[in-house]
Design a protein. Sequence first.
Length: 218
Amino acid sequence: MLRSLPAVLAALIGLTVSAGGAAAAPATAVRGGDLIYSDSAMCTVGFNVRAGSSLYGLLAGHCVSGHTTWYADAALTVPVGTTAAVSFPTNDFALVRWTSTTVAFPGELDLHDGRSVDITGAAQPVVGRAVCHVGRVSGVHCGTVLALNQTVTYPEGTVSGLFVSNACSAPGDAGGPAYSGTLALGLIVGSSGTCATGGRTYYQPVVEALSMYGVSVY
C-alpha cells in the first residue's frame, strides 16, 4: 500500500543543530538509541553492528545522507566515526564506521530511563509480533506489527518493503531502533497520527540491511 501522506513525513527528517549549540558532556559510550552529530545534522543510532573486528552503527539512510564525519557531541569535539555506506531512497539505511578508540560502542540499546536492552540477534517482522521502539522525542512505545511490504514516499523518492505497527511515535523519532525482546527488528522511518490520539509507525526492516552490508548485531 502506497503511503504518501504529509503526516507520514512528520517523523522522517531528523532535527538539525548548529555547531555552536550547547555542548553535552563528552560521551564515553554510544549505544543504539543515542544521538550522533555532524555539521547541521543529528541522527539516532539504530543498532551497533560489526563485520569481523570492525564496528559500525546502523542508522536511517535519509538522516546520514550528505554527511561524512560524525561526533558524539553537538559541539563537534568528540569524533566517533565516518559514513561508510548509504542506501536511500528505495531502502532507508546507512552504516557509520566507528573509528574512536576512546568511546565504547556496546551492542545494546539505551532506553533513556536508566535501563538498557542487550540485543542478541535480529529477526524478520511478522504480523502480530510484539514490537517496541526507542524514540528520541517520544521515548519507548510498544505495540504489534500490523502489516508488511509498506511503502513511504519521500521528496527524494520512495522507500518500499517497510513494516508498520500501532506503536506511536513523534517528529524527531526517526532512526530510532525497533526491537522485540532482545531481537533487532527495524529502524523508525515515518509515522502517522500522534501519541495523544493514537498513531502508527513505519520501519525499515533490519535484516535486509544486515544482509546487504554483511554485518551482524552483537
